[in-house]
Design a protein around this ligand. Structure first.
Ligand SMILES: [Zn+2]
Length: 331
């Protein structure tokens, strides 16, 4: 059984179920590494979603400065090709090294670097990028404020953030709530509450095997402005993920994405925002953007050595077949 729906209940798909620590016991920096996450099962049969998201991403990226782009949460690179096409220099990062390995085998971009990192501690100096792309990551963030601070730190002033999120309430949260009641009644325990009608700005999704959250549109707008970001374009999608629209053409959903973006209840929202304040300028030299994720001192990535220690704090970074592992998790 596969619940290939845009809401977060797709974690219940049989092929994807895994158990990780509950968020109550987690370190505040904890982030799922998505070990054993089966992206191929997750995306099988969802070509309409992929084509719609490629269209939206291409449209939004055409309005950004592509001199140097960071993609956060590449996964196995479902949309990385689109990001690379619109970037003169591309850096892709994910918390899971094995995902990055799969991308590096499939892509040949001259000015491309892949590395593993924890998005709460990005190994880049301030003002490193003209554009940051983060698709289908936001709803897994237990500390979105910290993540947005980190993203705006590495963005140069005037730089762009292109990201997606799944707001509540939406058609997806409503359908997921119905499914939880109808199909998973044994899993719906005392802790479960419908997401759609919850009044909080941020709600933990129950049950889910990976910590996942749903945020209101109001919360998201506030977070953006508190992070020094101004939305300049929006798009909405997600209806194309449902079987009842199988026969409708892809072009219809592409047209809807920008014409009906104000429609409430759409499952997925894409936003293009610009960093409107901050000081300094873009770091010009590509090899000068890296820093130690623990102490922020400047570092150079050496592809040849398998293990290097930070000269300032001693942080150890491994190099796994040309993929630097810069994941830092504070104790
Ligand atoms: Zn260091």
């Amino acid at each position: 059984m596969h619940l290939s729906q845009p809401g977060v209940m797709w974690y219940l798909s049989d092929g994807l179920t895994m158990r990780e620590q509950s968020s109550d016991e987690e370190h505040p920096d904890a982030i799922s590494t998505f070990e054993r996450f089966d992206f191929q099962s997750l995306w099988r049969g969802r070509e309409k979603v992929i084509s719609t998201e490629r269209f939206i991403l291409t449209s939004l990226l055409s309005r950004t400065d592509g001199r140097r782009t960071l993609e956060i949460g590449t996964g196995e690179g479902r949309l990385s090709g689109v990001v690379q096409l619109n970037s003169q220099e591309y850096v892709g990062t994910d918390i899971n090294l094995s995902f990055l390995n799969r991308i590096s085998r499939s892509c040949e971009n001259r000015k491309m670097r892949l590395l593993a990192s924890n998005l709460y501690h990005l190994p880049f100096r301030d003002n490193s990028f003209t554009t940051v792309v983060m698709i289908r990551v936001f709803n897994f963030l237990s500390r979105p404020e910290s993540a947005m601070r980190e993203i705006t730190r590495v963005l140069a002033p005037g730089g762009s953030l292109v990201m997606s999120y799944n707001p509540k309430p939406s058609i997806a949260t409503f359908i997921d709530d119905l499914k939880a009641i109808l199909r998973y009644s044994s899993m719906v325990g005392d802790n479960w509450k419908p997401v759609t009608f919850s009044t909080g700005d941020a709600v933990r999704i129950h049950p889910s095997s990976i910590p996942a959250f749903s945020f209101s549109v109001r919360y998201f707008a506030r977070l953006m402005s508190e992070s020094g970001l101004a939305a300049v374009a929006e798009s909405a999608s997600g209806l194309e993920d449902y079987r009842f629209v199988d026969r409708l053409p892809d072009e219809l959903f592409q047209k809807m994405a920008f014409s009906l973006y104000r429609m409430p209840m759409m499952p997925t929202r894409f936003v293009l925002a610009r960093k409107i304040n901050g000081s300094g300028k873009l770091i010009m030299e590509a090899e000068s953007i890296y820093c130690c994720p623990q102490c922020q001192s400047s570092i150079r990535l050496d592809d040849a050595s398998t293990q290097t220690f930070c000269g300032t704090c001693g942080f150890r970074r491994d190099n796994c077949q040309g993929l630097p592992d810069l994941r830092y998790f504070p104790d």
